[in-house]
Every structure is written in C-alpha cells, then in structure tokens.
Design a protein around this ligand. Structure first.
Ligand code: CIZ
Ligand code: SF4
Length: 371
C-alpha cells in the first residue's frame, strides 16, 4: 500500500504517544502548577478516570460552559467533545481561549445532523407547510455550532437533556410544530412525557426525500423527530430492565433520555447526567440501582456509593463506552498543557463570529426561559 508523504511527517504529538500514563500524570501536574489561575480544566461526566482526575470542575456540557463563562481563566481546556468546546467558546469572552486536547473527539450523534441536511429538510417542509410560520426548530446541545445558529436565525432554540421539557413548552408557545434534531429519543421521550401521543410524533429520515414522510403525516405532526441517536445509549434494551426487575425485586431503574422509548418507559426515573447523579447520591442505604448511561459515569458512581451502602449497576451486560469521549487521554492532555506552558495554544476551538452570534442567540434564549 502506498504511504502518503504527509503520513510520515512528524506530529507534534510524537513525543507524547510513547509516554506512560504515570509519566503523563507527573507532567500534567507540573504544567497545571505552572499555569495556575490562568488555566481551567473542565471534565465531562463521561470522561475516563485517567483524565477526569485532573478536572477543576466536572459536570454536564451546559454546567461546564456556564462555569467557563464565569471564570477568569485565560485558557479553558475542555475534556469533553467538540460541540461542548464550541459552546464554551461561544459563551466565554473573546480573550479566553478554549482548547480541545484531541480534535477527533466528536460526537457521532451530533454528526447525524448537519447544516446541509437540516437546510434541505427545511426546504422540503416548505413544499408542504410554511415552516417559518409553523415550525420551531429545536436543536439538542449535542450539535454543531452552525445548527445552533440555524435555530437562532429561524426563531428556534437549543435544549439540553435537563431542560428539554421547558424548551418544548416555550417552542409550542411560539409555533404549532417542532422540528427536533438530532436525537429522536430525547425528543420522543420528552414529548410523550408532556402528553403528546406517539402518533403525533413522526420520524424524519434524513436519507430519504421528504424525510420518508407523506404530506399528510407532516401536516398532522406536532413534533418532527430527526432520525438521529446515540450509539452508546442505543445499546440499552428493555430486556436489560426486565432481567433486573426479576433479579432484584424492589430495585430502582434510572435512564438517560437518549435511551429508546421502551427503555425509558420501563424505567422509574428518566433524566440527564446531572439528574442521575443527584438522584442516586440522595438514595437510601440498602437500595440497588440499575443505571442506563455511559460506563465511566456509572463506574465512578458505583465506587462513590458503595461505601454508603447503595448498589449501582450498569444497565447493559456489554461495555457501552463513548469512544469519542475516550479519545481524550493523558497523552493529549499533557501535550495540550505543556504547549500552553511553552506559549503555544494548540487545538483552539474558535467558532466563526457570525455563526457564534446566531448560536448565542439560541443558547441565551434557552438560558432565559429555563433559568
Ligand atoms: O449535555 C451533556 O453533557 C450530555 C451529553 C448529557 C447529559 O445528560 O448531561
Ligand atoms: Fe455523543 Fe453519545 Fe458520546 Fe454523548 S455518549 S458524546 S451523545 S456519542
């Protein structure tokens, strides 16, 4: 096989890939100490332990971005995925620089919607209805900045898994229908919880003309759900819940709303990562919980709650780890931090100003109505 010359070019990371985690730990600690208050490291709940241990603040994407916006740090190193670093860049001041240690840390769900296929959907919908008059576009925070900007420019809004219900209520106060992207499950689970029947929610297949829907289906729908999903959460099945119910009578089941409808219906509680942590942390000793969300979060919660007599069990017998979250390793973190010490900002995430302004409009609207 021919090898392209560019593949042989030295990478700035070459000196780091061979380092052991222990060597990286020492170097990360030293770089952190040198940068002091100039640096803020944010760690998402789904990050692996080797990286999570260095976070100054941990949380979900929104909490982390809000913390970044409040901080005076010059450098914000986001141990999470690309869309989160974009939100942090949008919400922070211009003199703060946001760094994503590995640029390949994306989100496969976010990638299922892009400006091209959302614009096409909007155009196709306009052959049947007037979307600018009748549809509020709602994007889950797990989406690229240009989609948040699309929402900002079309009377729409952003939501997170914590505030999806409030955002949908606001959306329906604006226009009679919602186009919800990219996660069909968050949209369906939230809509159903608000009393919208399943028949009033249709799924837009972005690979098919007119979303694979008939004119009548589009006209009758309350929510048009983009056919996106999270490859990690789709691994959880109703059978996992059924088995747990048989094995552990009286056990509690808690799910993330990115799980499919059947799993959420079979659960006792459904909510965001922050909600899951809050609920299980408040549980009585002697209780046993089945948790349907990413493995790193569940493992840490297990270790935290075991001494308190609360048992935490992962929902699937298979390992469901977010492979893109996993990309941020101690080697990339050491490289990003040592580069900052040396005066070089690597992997800076900068959203183009016009896109950032429209996206911020949609984000601010969310923050206003759910505050
Ligand atoms: O917004 C986040 O951080 C994600 C991806 C999930 C959640 O429920 O917190
Ligand atoms: Fe995206 Fe799913 Fe990973 Fe979250 S867990 S970052 S939704 S792929």
């Amino acid at each position: 096989m021919a090898v392209a010359l560019k593949d042989l070019a030295p990478s700035p990371l070459d000196g780091y890939t061979g380092l052991s985690d222990a060597e990286c730990d020492a170097r990360i600690r030293a770089a952190k100490a040198q940068l002091g208050d100039r640096l803020l490291i944010l760690g998402h709940h789904y990050q692996r332990d080797e990286v999570f241990q260095f976070a100054d603040i941990s949380g979900d994407s929104l909490k982390l971005s809000a913390e970044a916006a409040k901080s005076d740090a010059e450098f914000i190193v986001f141990c999470g995925v690309h869309f989160m670093a974009e939100v942090a860049d949008i919400l922070t001041r211009d003199d703060q620089q946001v760094v994503l240690p590995d640029l390949a840390a994306g989100c496969s769900m976010a990638d299922m919607a892009n400006l091209r296929n959302v614009r096409r959907a909007w155009d196709e919908l306009s052959q049947v209805i007037d979307p600018d008059e009748t549809v509020t576009p709602v994007t889950y925070i797990n989406s690229a900045a240009d989609l948040k900007a699309f929402c900002g420019d079309h009377g729409g809004i952003v939501c997170t898994s914590t505030n999806a219900k409030g955002v949908l209520e606001w959306s329906f106060s604006q226009r009679e229908k919602v186009l919800f992207f990219p996660d069909q499950h968050l949209g369906r689970n939230t809509g159903y919880g608000m009393g919208i029947p399943l028949d009033d929610m249709v799924t837009w297949d972005f690979d098919k003309p007119m979303g694979g829907l008939t004119e009548d289906e589009i006209k009758r729908a309350k929510i048009i759900l983009w056919k996106g999903f999270c490859s990690v959460h789709q691994m959880f099945m109703p059978q996992h819940v059924e088995k747990f119910r048989k094995d552990v009578p009286g056990g509690k089941v808690i799910s993330h709303p990115e799980n499919n409808f059947e799993v959420c219906q079979a659960s006792d509680y459904v909510g965001s990562t922050e909600f899951i942590l809050k609920t299980v942390r408040a549980a009585e000793p002697g209780t046993h919980w089945l948790v349907g969300t990413e493995l790193n979060l569940v493992n840490r919660l297990h270790d935290e709650m075991a001494p308190k007599g609360v048992k935490v069990q992962f929902m699937s017998p298979m390992v469901c780890m977010c492979s893109t979250m996993f990309r941020t390793d101690p080697q990339h973190l050491a490289w990003a931090l040592e580069s900052l010490v040396a005066g070089e900002v690597v992997n800076q995430i900068q959203v183009e100003p016009k896109t950032a302004a429209s996206a911020k409009y949609a984000l601010d609207k969310m923050l206003e109505i759910t505050a």
